[in-house]
Design a protein around this ligand. Structure first.
Ligand code: CP
Ligand code: NVA
Length: 303
């Protein structure tokens, strides 16, 4: 039966760790110049309603390196842009392709695509979740702290957005504790907090970023203005002004933590130059790991 990955919770703990183990193997193979043809003749369609650098290029390169073929699909160039419905698009694409990745505004769009497709559908970011990002994040954390270390605290500082939702859910699989520091009006939605807690996640909510990071091993931030929220820019910049991850905030961190950011970064807003370019930053490894983690995900879904 086909399997979709629309949410982090579409993966079990075992599946997550299998994917990460394969991602580690594919990473070392690639560094040795070895490119196993695990997805020979498979095609991945990638529908992007929103901009992307990392997701597009890592998926395109990833399926190519595995012996398959990527198709970048802009809804404006497809009949989708002229009113063909998602359900019909899903049925037709299922006759041509091996899998579909979609980056959508509404989470319900990627759910609808999956419900009418007979091939695996991967969420490449929606307004509610970003599961592919979290695979790379956990891979990066394990590279730094070791695969067996579960006793870790991750502090999220900023907006309670799609990446934050997926990170909270992932705690139910990894056992990492998640501290989330947001302004009160930008806390994660009750729906995702409840979903995370029900799944067994350990999530603590804060308004004060100093408190949230005081015992953190990992400090993670993201834009204050996600794609689709551009109209709220002024209000958001003002609400988040005390949430920048900079040297002054990190002075409150009790441990030798690492810094993550899913990128793109807005330097001088949610993160300072000295932090993103500094010795604690692992953001470039994190970005690279999108490639290896997604290759492993594709192999698991399509093998
Ligand atoms: N982190 C991430 O998904 O980046 P892109 O928006 O560039 O794909
Ligand atoms: N939260 C950001 C993530 C970008 C990768 C957004 O949705 O725009």
């Amino acid at each position: 039966m086909k399997k979709d990955v629309l949410s982090v919770l579409d993966l079990s703990r075992e599946e997550l760790f299998e994917i990460l183990a394969l991602a580690d193997k594919l990473k070392s193979d690639r560094k040795a110049g070895v490119f196993p043809d695990l997805l020979h003749k498979k095609s991945l369609g990638m529908i992007f309603e929103k901009a992307s650098t990392r997701t597009r290029i890592s998926f395109e390169t990833g399926i190519f390196e595995l012996g398959g073929h990527p198709l970048f699909l802009n809804p404006g160039d497809m009949q989708l842009g002229r009113g063909e419905v998602i359900a019909d698009t899903a049925k037709v694409l299922s006759r041509y392709l091996s899998a579909i990745m979609m980056r959508s505004y509404r989470h319900s769009t990627v759910e609808e695509l999956a419900s009418h497709s007979t091939i695996p559908v991967i969420n490449g970011l929606s307004d509610e979740e970003h599961p592919c990002q979290i695979l790379a994040d956990i891979m990066t954390i394990r590279e730094h702290f070791g695969n067996d270390k579960e006793d870790l605290t991750i502090a999220w500082v900023g907006d309670g957005n799609n990446v934050c939702n997926s990170l909270m859910l992932s705690s139910a699989l990894t056992g990492y504790r998640i501290n989330v520091a947001t302004p009160p009006e930008y806390a994660p939605s009750g729906k995702y907090i409840e979903m995370a807690i029900r799944a067994g996640a350990m999530v603590n909510l804060f308004n004060n970023p100093e408190e949230a990071i005081s015992d953190a091993d990992v400090i993670y931030t993201d834009t204050w203005i996600s794609m689709g929220c551009e109209d709220e820019k002024e209000a958001r910049i003002s609400a988040f002004k005390n949430y920048m991850v900079n040297d002054s905030l990190l002075g409150n961190c009790g441990k030798d933590a690492i810094i993550l950011h899913c990128l793109p970064a807005h330097r001088g807003e949610e993160i300072s130059d000295e932090v993103i370019d500094g010795p604690m930053s692992r953001v470039w490894d994190q970005a690279e790991n999108r490639l290896h983690a997604q290759k492993a995900l594709l192999v698991k879904l399509l093998e």
